[in-house]
Design a protein around this ligand. Structure first.
Ligand SMILES: CC(C)(COP(=O)(O)OP(=O)(O)OC[C@H]1O[C@@H](n2cnc3c(N)ncnc32)[C@H](O)[C@@H]1OP(=O)(O)O)[C@@H](O)C(=O)NCCC(=O)NCCS
Length: 224
């Protein structure tokens, strides 16, 4: 019998293994694209509302977190399409699975837990992903996530990163809707707007805007 993958809250004791796994994922899969100087701070963000690990037979083989924020242009795209203020968005972030455990169902389970947790907090789950991360994009779309935007982010003179913005397959029953529109209907309309919207293309130039990590001067991986 195949031992099932379990997703549970990340504990202190998991952090070293998660950081080590992030390094292996960077080397094998190119996520994060640019290796942060402090990989520990990348994995364990002060901005996280919650974080989880996927485990099989006591071994951590995947990680995800729910963040309050992402970079300002990402939030701007998502907020505009979903018609929500940044405070109503929950950013699924730092999602990675050990290369040895790919296609084990861990990625899907982690994504599901984080997006359900966002919805339970009344937040619209969103994420951003580098356009070259084909496995992740395939998984998001298989799991019902909808692409709602695309950005090109330029760093300095000659570095840029193309990203897609996605929203989760979650319909919230509350919404910042016009006066007189029942919240549930407003939420449905917001989702339907997001589904039918022409995907906006943004070109964000100049230095990377200040992020929640307070590392505005570094080139940060801006994906999930
Ligand atoms: C993306 C990632 C987390 C997926 O994790 P995983 O545990 O391998 O994914 P799952 O086994 O849960 O796959 C769920 C579904 O996603 C799709 N999928 C996953 N990997 C895929 C791939 N390489 N190619 C095509 N589809 C893929 C499939 O539909 C899969 O279902 P199936 O196996 O029944 O066909 C993993 O590949 C990874 O860590 N990649 C590097 C890090 C990364 O890109 N993170 C995203 C940051 S935004």
């Amino acid at each position: 019998m195949v031992t099932p993958v379990i997703v549970r809250q990340r504990g202190e004791a998991d952090i070293d293994a998660c950081v080590e796994m992030a390094l292996a994922v960077h080397e094998r899969d190119g996520y994060p694209l640019y290796l942060p100087t402090d990989l520990h701070a990348f994995v364990v963000s002060a901005d996280a509302l919650a974080a989880w690990g996927a485990e099989r037979s006591g071994e951590i083989l995947g990680h995800v977190a729910l963040h309050r924020r992402s970079a300002a242009p990402i939030l701007a795209v998502a907020g505009k399409v979903l018609r929500q203020p940044p405070s109503r968005l929950g950013v699924v972030a730092r999602l990675f699975v050990s290369p040895s455990a790919h296609r084990s169902g861990a990625g899907r389970a982690l994504l599901d837990v984080a997006s359900r947790d966002a919805a339970a907090r009344g937040l619209w789950p969103i994420l951003d992903v580098a356009t070259g991360l084909h496995a992740a994009i395939a998984m998001y779309e298989k799991c019902g996530w909808k692409r709602i935007g695309e950005l090109t982010v330029r760093f300095g003179e000659d570095t840029s990163l193309d990203e897609f913005v996605y929203r989760g397959p979650v319909s919230l029953k509350v919404s910042s809707c016009p006066v007189g529109v029942p919240p549930e209907l407003g939420a449905r309309r917001a989702v339907s707007r997001a589904q039918s919207v022409n995907i906006p293309k943004f070109d964000v130039g100049g230095p990377w805007p200040e992020t929640h990590d307070g590392m505005a001067d570094e080139i940060l991986p801006k994906c999930g």
